[in-house]
Design a protein around this ligand. Structure first.
Ligand code: NDP
Ligand code: ZN
Ligand code: ZN
Length: 350
């Protein structure tokens, strides 16, 4: 039996969010039905909703920072039981048999069967468009569900499912540790988490934002330096993570790296304004390494969740209702947002 859902959808790239009733595929033998309590708003939701990367699939119910409680389990579900607290991130299924899937990098499924949580077809359910977390429930294969300690603050857990893993993963990949000089470019939802993880790893962190208004927040969260213009920085950094979602000059950050330093790119600006680099910039500046990083696999997401809860690392959030999504998007694209908006889904349908 299909599951009835209520959510908030956008109907075209220049549209607005409206309440939307739809249905999801039935709870299969290995699926769980999750009652969604909270959904974070990631800047990727905005890029997708406004078709800034490619033409979106509409109606679109975004949301891939999902926290909730299990309401029903399929007959063969082993990991979870009704009442368990869980999270769902940026993808909900993949082939499970290819090399990346077997190596716990399901986001890169070689059979192109990673089912992203929204703005994507569900290859395992008749190619119907999958709907995301700005909704009251979701049905997910248990292998793509993250276990959450029942005592964790659930509204703050939600953003960990994307902002958390997307910043945790490259910090680990580049082996950031005590004393590493780290730069965090862009200080919003992702940037704040990158700073908090880097501080937990005992790195020395410089934050780069667009204006001075977030300086005190950065220092309060443990940053050592704050710059509103990368050209003012005289430090040599070992590792920089760029979370910037708009057009910018990548060379400004490459110039700050020490020789052999690493720059991880996670921010994905709209396609037509995405920054580029010249090959000479990499080599002439001293073998700087630049790499992209896309979220993280399920195994590492569980590791990130356990690490965050153990070390009490959570985002700064502002709770809103579903009716406020348009305003939140406006604020996030007009330098008026502070850190992460999280939608209180339970209160949004009263
Ligand atoms: P937010 O909007 O929460 O934060 C972005 C921050 O960057 C804001 O504080 C913004 O400042 C700042 N900023 C914008 N332009 C500049 C600039 N030129 N220089 C310095 N700072 C700037 O976005 P998120 O953190 O949610 O997402 C960031 C990016 O990461 C997005 O492009 C998103 O799509 C991408 N992303 C990528 C993932 C991956 O797996 N690779 C996963 C998740 C997100 P202001 O407040 O002034 O606007
Ligand atoms: Zn995201
Ligand atoms: Zn695969």
């Amino acid at each position: 039996m299909r599951i009835q859902s209520k959510g908030f959808a956008i109907f075209s790239k220049d549209g607005h969010f409206k309440p939307y009733d739809f249905s999801r595929h039935a709870v299969g033998t290995k699926d769980v039905l999750i009652d969604i309590h909270y959904a974070g708003i990631c800047h990727s939701d905005i890029h997708s909703a406004y078709s800034e990367w490619r033409e979106g699939i509409y109606p679109m119910v975004p949301g891939h920072e999902i926290a909730g409680v299990i309401k029903e389990v399929g007959k063969e579900v082993k990991k979870f039981k009704v009442g368990d607290v869980v999270g769902v991130g940026c993808f909900v299924n993949s082939c499970k048999t290819c090399k990346p899937c077997k190596e716990h990098q399901e986001q890169f499924c070689a059979n192109h069967q990673t089912v992203f949580t929204y703005d994507c077809l569900d290859y395992f359910h008749d190619n119907e468009p999958h709907m995301g977390g700005y909704s009251n429930n979701i049905v997910v294969d248990e292998n793509y569900v993250i276990s959450v300690d029942k005592n964790a603050p659930l509204e703050k857990v939600a953003p960990l499912l994307c902002a958390g893993i997307t910043t945790y993963s490259p910090l680990k990949f580049s082996k950031v540790t005590q004393g590493t000089k780290v730069g965090v470019a862009g200080f919003g939802g992702l940037g704040m988490m990158a700073l908090k993880y880097a501080v937990a790893l005992k790195a020395e962190v410089s934050v780069f934002a667009r204006n001075e208004s977030k300086k005190q927040d950065a220092l309060n969260m443990g940053a050592k330096h704050f710059y509103s213009n990368p050209k003012e920085c005289k430090e040599e950094l070992d590792f920089i993570i760029s979370t910037i979602p708009t057009s910018y000059n990548l060379k400004d950050y490459l110039n700050l790296l020490t020789y052999n330093g690493e720059l991880a790119l996670v921010g994905l600006p709209p396609r037509e304004v995405a920054p580029t680099l010249n090959v000479f910039d990499f080599i002439n500046l001293g073998n700087r390494k630049v790499y992209g990083s896309l979220i993280g696999g399920i195994k590492e997401t569980q590791e990130m969740m356990d690490f965050s809860i153990k070390h009490n690392i959570y985002p700064e959030i502002e709770l809103i209702l579903g009716k406020d999504i348009d305003t939140a998007y406006h604020n996030l694209t007009h330098s008026k947002a502070k850190f992460r908006y999280v939608i209180d889904m339970k209160k949004s349908f009263d």
